[in-house]
Design a protein around this ligand. Sequence first.
Ligand SMILES: Cc1cc2nc3c(=O)[nH]c(=O)nc-3n(C[C@H](O)[C@H](O)[C@H](O)COP(=O)(O)O)c2cc1C
Ligand SMILES: [Mn+2]
Length: 502
Amino acid sequence: MNDLRAWIEVLRREGELAEVTAEVDPYLEITEIADRTMKAGGPALLFTNVRGSAMPLLINQFGTERRMCLALGVATLDEVRERVSDVFELLQPPKGLSAALDAAATGLRTLRDSKPKVVSSGPCQEVVMETPDLDRLPIMTCWPDDGGPFITLPSVITRDVVTGGRNVGMYRLQKHSSTTLGLHWQIHKDAAADWREGAGRMEVAIALGTDPITAYAGSMPLPKHIDEFAVAGVLRGTRTELVRCRTVDLEVPANAEIVIEGYAERGTLHPEGPFGDHTGYYTPVEPFPLLHVTAITHRRDPIYPSIVVGVPPSEDVWLGKATERIFLPAVQMTLPEVVDYDLPAAGVFHNCCIVAIRKRFPGHARKVMHAIWGTGLLSLTKAVVVVDEWVDVHDYTQVMWQLGANVDPARDVLVSSGPLDQLDHAPAIQSLGGKIGFDATRKWPEEGYPRVWPEVARMSASVREAVDERWSALGIRLDVVARVDAGSSARSRRRFFGRGSP
Ligand SMILES: Cc1cc2nc3c(=O)[nH]c(=O)nc-3n(C[C@H](O)[C@H](O)[C@H](O)COP(=O)(O)O)c2cc1C
Ligand SMILES: [Mn+2]
């Protein structure tokens, strides 16, 4: 898919789009409509008549597992891993020197082949606003106590002054006036590092309404030196085409619907918030950099993209789930003992990580906890639950069973401390606080367990096979539940709320 329009066509063809021609209010009303639709597993919404703006607004494009898969061009989110596996080979533990060099070469070639390409012109610059005016955009005020309208689905582009490397982050933007925006990059994020490293003016470009892979890439927690637009190229299989901005020395996706250019002055901060956040709570007013808009360009008839976050599950859960799946090999690079992991949507991704490991030595679960607390943005994880390799980490009933059955709180709980997500309101000191790890693995004699650890009560294979053979003759129908459950919303409900007992 080359752009947002091609994506909207796919959504329409797949029966995944509802076009709403009735007038709707970007102040609160769209949130209520979109949130209800999302929570019911409903379609993407294209509002063509948004009060106060000539631009249509697209929302809920990522609202189900099926749409997230369509956006990424895969049948299952697990499949998307294969696309990026070459890149992750770059960092695999060496399987002998020549294999390691081959893998590194393949990874580098994949990234190089996917390097963004600068082109001389693009539709995102078809129209240049004579006077930049953010009031022309249908920016939503999402929740009643929000500090104002917020752009919620942007690609925010900055540059590292030391390396010249590009960063793309999905960071919300509060509209303070028709020409100023709050830049809400949290302290652990790459753009915040770009801000800290430099001096004086910092240029920023913002792309709105790209193809879905480019938009998603801004939310990927990639290492700082890796350009999200290059990874978008790997995921898409075609290079990201960029055009030079008109008033700042940055490039933006040529296919974007709308581009905002500007600068922020280092040393100056401006109150940002409150905002009803993906934690399900309002985050308070805090000082953040202020963007002075120097240009707005757009397509002739631009479409504005938006997303609502709030009490989970909200539309952002599928962006997060895609990242969870894509980054499994990255986690396995440093932790080859990890079989699988799951970040429950209700744990808003940084609150809880369930991880299944091949346990091979005493204290292995604790080693994994410490590693998670030391890996990229996973380091912000508050609670880690470690289970044995056979446990399905996506089945929360199984996980709860293991957690309850195998944990002696006096022995198997590790309390630590470290950096926490800036949005977490629980710690007394912002961004710093406690961590908890639960070792729900089977305990060994070498770990000081003197009793005999019991076996799980399972049916013998011979009886299972015999019953399999007799099953149809027994006349017991089990497909009724499956039929009621069919469809992506039911699938996502099962995914989040457990798939039942093993
Ligand atoms: C819908 C949505 C909104 C987000 N808003 C913010 C935000 O306002 N500030 C922030 O720091 N991260 C936000 N994030 C998370 C970042 O996009 C994510 O951490 C990403 O890794 C940041 O890019 P970076 O690793 O290059 O810093 C948001 C994610 C999503 C899916
Ligand atoms: Mn980054």
